[in-house]
Design a protein around this ligand. Structure first.
Ligand code: NAD
Ligand code: MG
Length: 380
């Protein structure tokens, strides 16, 4: 029996992880954490019987305690609770399916407790990759990518010498606004940006996919996961989302991973690596697939991608500022308080204002996040 804990169990990745658990009788859930959806958490507790569950707010935790009074489960809350879930003694793997930089502390705590990390929460690696990767080595734990592109790259690298990697070709669907001009983007509304052509995901990452900030975060995530330079990573638009990413090796060979867009594949691969298991679902049908096409991203329109390269190249605390400014701006956009293009303007302006710290520790990362919020609040 392989025991897992999940941060963000009520979200898109969290619920799909639980679907994977349903299909595999040798996976067991030992702890769950979620934000505010008490009803869904109650159902998950009844179905999966974890020993521990955490809600973001204590008031929600109290509600959940009442709803589950007939079950043997301990219910906690807040950051302390997240860390308890992350370090639950029975579990071997922590699935980080929470959204945002709040994932940093519990992820580090889990690694210190010797857990492998099935990492979906890319914000953690983007902002604290220089802490996470050496810590994984020191503690002998594995960071198993759940993000579909990174899982694809991980699969392409299976059995290969890391030093023979010449280049990573990170694919992108281009999102709902591929091919649009800046002028057209100025009028984008929340509903338009929430319509992703191929993937069904949480709200924040769906907006990030439309701005290509998601791809920018993924380039930085890949840099840390695979130990390459920013300039060894090339973003390639592949609108059908059939190729999930590729690796070019020294000898010119390119290896790609293909499949239907289904996050359950990378989730299951991370949970069983290096084993492959049967996964029910649609398969690629090459008799029906007319074409796989490619484009170059337009970084003048999707400025968030160019800014990510700048942040990733400079490193230090700049990726934190990039990410924090984006988190702040996306939240305001979703509340209809700022226009769409202000998202990239806010990122650019926060990055310009920031004094980079070369190797920030966790406190300095969280302070840079806070400063970014304060700066943007004072400007907009
Ligand atoms: P989501 O918004 O659907 O789910 C987020 C989960 O985190 C929810 O369960 C929410 O309740 C929980 N949460 C948020 N704040 C919390 C807090 N303070 N305490 C406890 N729980 C909290 O998001 P998602 O789309 O599942 O994305 C999760 C992460 O995975 C993100 O980092 C995203 O970039 C990454 N990711 C997602 C996908 C995808 O297909 N959805 C693909 C690749 C990577
Ligand atoms: Mg992805």
């Amino acid at each position: 029996m392989r025991k897992i804990a999940i941060l963000g169990s009520t979200g898109s990745i969290g619920t799909q992880t639980l679907e994977v658990v349903e299909h595999n009788k040798d996976l067991q859930v030992s702890a769950l954490a979620a934000g505010s959806n008490v009803r869904l958490m109650e159902q998950q507790i009844r179905r999966f019987r974890p020993a521990l569950a955490c809600m973001k707010e204590e008031t929600k935790a109290k509600e959940l305690r009442e709803l589950t009074a007939d079950i043997d489960v301990r219910i906690v809350s807040g950051m302390e609770g997240l860390v308890e879930v992350a370090t639950e003694p029975q579990s071997e793997v922590l699935v980080t399916a929470i959204v945002g930089m709040i994932g940093i502390r519990p992820t580090i705590a889990a690694m210190e407790a010797g857990k492998d990390i099935a990492l979906a929460n890319k914000e953690t690696l983007v902002t604290a990759g220089h802490i996470i990767m050496p810590l994984a080595k020191e503690k002998g734990v594995r960071i198993l990518p759940v993000d579909s592109e990174h899982s694809a790259i991980f699969q392409c690298l299976n059995g290969e010498e890391p030093r023979t990697v010449h280049k990573i070709l990170l694919t992108a669907s281009g999102g709902p606004f591929r091919g649009r001009s800046l002028k057209e983007l100025a009028a984008v509304q929340v509903e338009d940006a929430l319509k992703h052509p191929n993937w069904s995901m949480g709200r924040k990452i769906t907006i990030d996919s439309s701005t290509m900030v998601n791809k920018g975060l993924e380039v930085m995530e890949a840099k840390w996961l695979f130990g390459v330079q920013m300039d060894q990573i090339q973003v390639v638009i592949q609108p059908q989302s059939v190729i999930h990413s590729m690796v070019e090796f020294e000898d010119g060979a390119v290896i790609a991973q293909l499949g239907t867009p289904d996050m359950k594949l990378p989730i299951q691969y991370a949970l069983y690596y290096p084993q492959r298991r049967y996964l029910p679902g649609e398969r690629l049908d090459f008799t029906k697939l007319k074409s796989i096409s490619f484009e170059t991203p337009d970084t003048e329109v999707f400025r968030g991608l160019a800014l990510a390269y700048e942040a990733g190249r400079q490193g230090g605390s700049l990726p934190t500022v990039y990410n924090a400014a984006n988190e702040y701006a996306v939240a305001l956009f979703l509340q209809r308080k700022i226009p769409y293009l202000t998202i990239q303007e806010m990122i650019a302006s926060a990055m310009k204002h920031h004094q980079v710290i070369a190797r920030p520790n966790v406190e300095e990362i969280l302070a840079a996040e806070q400063e970014t919020y304060e700066f943007l609040e004072s400007r907009w």
